[in-house]
Design a protein around this ligand. Structure first.
Ligand code: SF4
Ligand code: SF4
Length: 501
C-alpha cells in the first residue's frame, strides 16, 4: 500500500473525563469518524474522515467534543501553501479533477466590505421605521418607459407580468437532488409565509410542492430535467439558466448515486443514471436563439409568467446583459463568482468569473446608458450575506437579491464544504433518508422566516437612517454609497465616490 500524503485537516479532541461513551457522535456522523473500542471501553476517532461539520460537537450531551484545525503542518511558504500542496497530492493519487462545493474561498476582495452606507444628519431628516411606514415591497418585471393615461385622465395600468415580493430577497436555485426533500420543503414553506419566491433549480418540481406554485420559480436549464408543460405552468416565473457563478462556462453533474426514488422521478431520468447538464443549451448560440426560447416559454404559459435569464458574472457581463435585455426576458439574474454550489470543479470555482458588485454596477450603468434599464429587472446573487449587503446591492442598481448559502446556514448548514459527497450530517445536501429526516421542515421554515424578518427590520433601519422610505427610492441611488480603500478604477466601475468626498 502506498503512503497517503494527505494529513488530517482537523483534530478531534475528546475530553475523556466528560465522555460517557453514549455513542451519539458515532450514530450522528455519516463520515464514520467516531467508533467505540470495546476492548478499551472508550470512544476513538478516525480524524482523516472528519470534515468539521460540527454535528457531533452540537449533539454531544456532555460537551465532551471539540474539533480544531490541525496544527500539524507541511513546510509551506508564500508560494506553496498547504492547500496547494495537498491538492497536488490528491491529484497524484486519483488522476482526477478536484471537486468542491459552496462558494469560492480564495481571498479575493469582498467589495461589499469596502463600501459604506450614508446616513442623514441635519438636513433631509432620517425616518424612524418603528413609527413611519416603510415600503419594502418590490415588483420584478418589465416597466413601461412612460406613464399613459386614458381619455378620462386615469392611469393605464396594463403592465407585463410582474413578480411581487414583500421584500427584495428570493431564495436562489437549489435543485431537488442537490439538496434534500426537507430542505426544499423548508424553502417553499418559508417563501410562502414571507411572500417571496424560492427556485426549483434544474431538478424539476416534486409533486408535493406544486401547491407552492405562486411562490416558486421553475428553472429551465440545459439538461431540461423535469421540464414539461405542467411544470412551466406551475410556477410564478420561469428562469432560463445560462450560467452559474460557481461554475461559469460549464454544465452540471449530479452523480447517479443521488438519482434515486423521487429525485429520479422528478427529473424524469432513470434511477442511478448521472444527471449531466451540458455546458451550453444546445439550441442557444446567439441572442436570437435565446429570444426564441424566451418566447417559446412565454407562449407555453400564455404570456402570463415573467421569464428570468440567469447568467454568471463574467468579463463582458455588461454587453451580455444588454443582449439579454433585448431578448424579451423580463428579469436578468446575475450570479457572482462567490456563489455557492452543490459541486463544482475546484479550479473553475476558484478562478473563473468576477465579483458580483462590479458586475452589477457595470450592468446597471450599461442598461441606463442604452436607455433600456426599464426593459428588465436585475436580481443579483453570489454571496449576499446580510441586510447591509442587500441595501448596498439595491443602491448599486439591483431590484432584488438571491440568497442561497445564507438560507442554508439558517437551516443548520455549518459550511463544511463537502456537499458533493452526499453525506450532509445536517440533512440538507443529501438524499440518504436517515440524514434527510434530521432536518425538520417546520423548524427549518421557521428559522428562514426569522432570518428574513430580522433582515427586513435591518433593511428598514438602514433605509430610515438615509431618510429613504422605499426600496424603489433606494434603487440605483449610488450617492448613498462611498468606497473605502479602493482604487480609482474600482470606484469608477462601481460608480461611487471615495469616503470623504
Ligand atoms: S457524543 Fe459525546 S459523550 Fe457521547 S460518546 Fe460521543 S463524545 Fe462521548
Ligand atoms: S449543506 Fe451540509 S454538506 Fe453542504 S456545506 Fe452545509 S453542512 Fe456541509
Amino acid at each position: 500500500m502506498s503512503i497517503s500524503y494527505i494529513y488530517p485537516e482537523f483534530e478531534v479532541i475528546r475530553n475523556d473525563n466528560r465522555c460517557i461513551a453514549c455513542r451519539v457522535c458515532e450514530r450522528q456522523c455519516a463520515n464514520e469518524v467516531h467508533f467505540f473500542d470495546p476492548q478499551r471501553g472508550v470512544m476513538m476517532s478516525d480524524e482523516s474522515k472528519c470534515v468539521n461539520c460540527q454535528r457531533c460537537v452540537s449533539l454531544c450531551p456532555t460537551r465532551a467534543l471539540k474539533i480544531v484545525k490541525s496544527n500539524c503542518t507541511l513546510r509551506e511558504n508564500a508560494n506553496w501553501q498547504m492547500d496547494t500542496i495537498t491538492e497536488i497530492y490528491k491529484q497524484a493519487n486519483s488522476g482526477g479533477v478536484l471537486l468542491s462545493s459552496m462558494g469560492n474561498p480564495k481571498p479575493f476582495p469582498v467589495y461589499w466590505d469596502k463600501i459604506l452606507i450614508n446616513a442623514s444628519q441635519v438636513t433631509n431628516p432620517s425616518i424612524d421605521p418603528l413609527r413611519e411606514p416603510m415600503e419594502t415591497r418590490v415588483f420584478l418585471g418589465k416597466k413601461p418607459q412612460k406613464v399613459d393615461r386614458d381619455q378620462d385622465g386615469h392611469l393605464v395600468c396594463k403592465l407585463p407580468p410582474q413578480i411581487e415580493l414583500s421584500m427584495p430577497v428570493m431564495f436562489s436555485a437549489m435543485s431537488y437532488g442537490s439538496i434534500s426533500y426537507n430542505a426544499h420543503a423548508s424553502l417553499a414553506r418559508a417563501a410562502q409565509k414571507l411572500g417571496v419566491l424560492y427556485n426549483t433549480g434544474e431538478g424539476g418540481l416534486h409533486e408535493d410542492f406544486y401547491c407552492y406554485g405562486e411562490n416558486t420559480i421553475v428553472q429551465v436549464a440545459s439538461g431540461r430535467f423535469g421540464v414539461h408543460e405542467d411544470y412551466l405552468k406551475a410556477g410564478a416565473a420561469i428562469e432560463i439558466k445560462m450560467g452559474q457563478g460557481a461554475k461559469p462556462g460549464i454544465g452540471g453533474h449530479l452523480p447517479g448515486a443521488k438519482i434515486v426514488g423521487d429525485v429520479s422521478r422528478t427529473r424524469m431520468i432513470p434511477e442511478g443514471s448521472d444527471a449531466i447538464s451540458p455546458a451550453p443549451h444546445h439550441d442557444i448560440y446567439s441572442i436570437e436563439d435565446l429570444r426564441q426560447l424566451v418566447f417559446s416559454l412565454k407562449e407555453a404559459t400564455a404570456y402570463k409568467k415573467p421569464v428570468i435569464v440567469k447568467v454568471a458574472a463574467v468579463h463582458n457581463i455588461a454587453a451580455i446583459a444588454s443582449g439579454i435585455a433585448r431578448s424579451g426576458a423580463d428579469i436578468i439574474a446575475i450570479d457572482g463568482f462567490r456563489g455557492g454550489t452543490g459541486a463544482a470543479p475546484t479550479r473553475i470555482r476558484d478562478n473563473v468569473g468576477i465579483p458580483i458588485e462590479l458586475a452589477l454596477a457595470a450592468v446597471d450603468q450599461r442598461l441606463r446608458d442604452e436607455g433600456i434599464r426599464n426593459n428588465v429587472s436585475l436580481v443579483v446573487g453570489g454571496s449576499i450575506r446580510s441586510a447591509s449587503d442587500i441595501v448596498k446591492a439595491i443602491a448599486l442598481g439591483a431590484d432584488a437579491c438571491y440568497i442561497a448559502t445564507a438560507a442554508l446556514l439558517a437551516l443548520g448548514c455549518h459550511l463544511c464544504r463537502t456537499c458533493q459527497t452526499g453525506k450532509c450530517n445536517w440533512g440538507i445536501a443529501t438524499q440518504r433518508p436517515e440524514l434527510v429526516k434530521r432536518l425538520n421542515p417546520d423548524i427549518g421554515s421557521e428559522r428562514l422566516v426569522n432570518l428574513m424578518d430580522a433582515w427586513r427590520h435591518e433593511i428598514k433601519e438602514l433605509m430610515g437612517g438615509m431618510g429613504i422610505n422605499s426600496i424603489e427610492a433606494l434603487r440605483g441611488n449610488r450617492l448613498m454609497l462611498r468606497g473605502i480603500g479602493l482604487t480609482e478604477k474600482e470606484l469608477e466601475i462601481l460608480g461611487i465616490s471615495h469616503a470623504g468626498e
